[in-house]
Ligand binder design. Structure first.
Ligand code: NAD
Ligand code: DAU
Length: 342
């Protein structure tokens, strides 16, 4: 298979590229990535010399760029997106441009190029908060943030292209991923790296929110199963099936990180909550399990491995955290919050 992987220089996309090239010897991969603040060529260093790998810098919202990138490709996996909920609250426009308009531009170009498969990577956040039970793929969408609403728009447009034009597309709705190479703005890498530096760990509100922490390697094998075995026009949830108690509430995730690093809980700092903060997500991934998906990581083991990775790869995240882009965002998102700490 010759694959176009958009957003392949990001967290999950780069894991997917590395695992595809190591597991599927006959595959070729082209990455198309705009290299926003979240894109990082260091994430692809291990495959850069592989003759089956090619990198193109460009925007999925640019029709000429996507037309060129798609030449000769049989399949597309669209990871490219603006992905951070807090940034979508501060600056929503980029989310509409990439997650809605960019997704549509790419889907149209894929239709013209007659690709055989198009996988749209979406999110469990499109269901909105789920206070009990688990979302199934037929549940109604009720997104809360500009991020989740933009992702809902993107996947609805892809499904419209399936129904209207016969685009051979599938949608994956993913739960919270964590693991190596995650940009240190998201809860787990932010709290690990702050703890290493003895900096406060900002906990939004009461910290009793729940996420379905799914190791990035399992997330990537879930996408692979949908790409190769999924039924066109179908939607598949991907999320860690462990019992909820093992996945912890946010505050306990942060406490576990501190304990793994031998740091004091006095670093925990409750701050003003995120607006419209979804209290809980959980998906039922049985449909993906029926395709043969077998998640391998428990959250306990995965969190330990992730903490170790950040402790051993400080050059990777220090170069991000010391940069002006990150520092400007950090000051903007957290300065007022800390001033109004509970
Ligand atoms: P990320 O923020 O780490 O990476 C996003 C990548 O997309 C970056 O490399 C960035 O440069 C690239 N990109 C952004 N805008 C682009 C554009 N206009 N054109 C081309 N490239 C562009 O994201 P991630 O956490 O790896 O998420 C990947 C996908 O998975 C996203 O679609 C996201 O919505 C979805 N998802 C993420 C999670 C999660 O927990 N991280 C969970 C469910 C779904
Ligand atoms: O559910 C899937 C989604 O998970 C993906 O679609 C998104 O791309 C991804 O960013 C993630 O969204 P969340 O908002 O759940 O992830 P985040 O790591 O930002 O936050 C996780 C939880 O931790 C959430 O309840 C907010 C809380 N939090 C987050 C940060 C950054 C804090 O308490 N403090 C923080 O500093």
């Amino acid at each position: 298979m010759r694959l176009l992987v958009t957003g392949g220089a990001g967290f999950i996309g780069s894991e997917f590229v590395r695992s595809t090239l190591s597991e599927h010897a006959a595959d070729q991969v082209t990455v198309l990535d705009k290299l926003t603040y979240a894109g990082n060529l260091a994430n692809l260093e291990s495959v850069a010399g592989d003759t089956r790998f090619q990198f193109i810098q460009g925007d999925i919202a640019d029709p000429a760029v996507v037309e060129r990138a798609l030449r000769g490709c049989d399949a597309v996996v669209n990871f490219a997106a603006e992905t951070h909920v807090d940034r979508s609250i501060l600056e929503p426009d980029a989310f509409v441009k990439t997650d809605v308009v960019g997704t549509w531009t790419l889907a149209e170009a894929a239709r013209a190029a007659r690709v055989q498969r198009f996988v749209q990577v979406s999110t469990d956040e499109v269901y909105g908060a789920v206070l009990s039970g688990a979302s199934v793929e037929t549940d109604r969408l009720d997104p809360t943030s500009p991020y989740s609403a933009s992702k809902a728009g993107g996947e609805l447009l892809v499904m419209a292209a399936v129904k209207t034009y016969g685009l051979p597309a599938l949608v994956v709705r993913g739960a919270n991923a964590y693991g190596p190479y995650q940009y240190p703005e998201k809860l787990i890498p932010l709290h690990i790296t702050n703890a290493i530096d003895d900096q406060p760990l900002p906990v939004y509100g009461d910290g009793q929110q729940r996420r379905q922490w799914t190791h990035v390697a399992d997330f990537a094998t879930g996408i692979d199963a949908v790409l190769r075995n999924g039924v066109i026009g179908e939607i598949y949830n991907v999320g860690n099936p462990e019992p909820e108690d093992s996945l912890l509430v946010n505050l306990d995730v942060s406490r576990r990180i501190l304990s793994l690093l031998g740091k004091s809980e006095t670093l925990l700092q409750h701050v003003v909550d995120r607006p419209a903060h979804d209290r809980r997500y959980r998906v039922d991934a049985s449909k993906l399990v029926a395709l043969g998906w077998k998640p391998r990581w428990t959250f306990a083991d995965g969190l330990e491995q992730t903490v170790r990775w950040y402790a051993e790869h400080q050059e990777w995240w220090r170069s991000i955290k010391s940069g002006e882009t990150h520092q400007t965002y950090y000051a903007r998102n957290y300065a007022d919050r800390s001033a109004f700490a509970r």
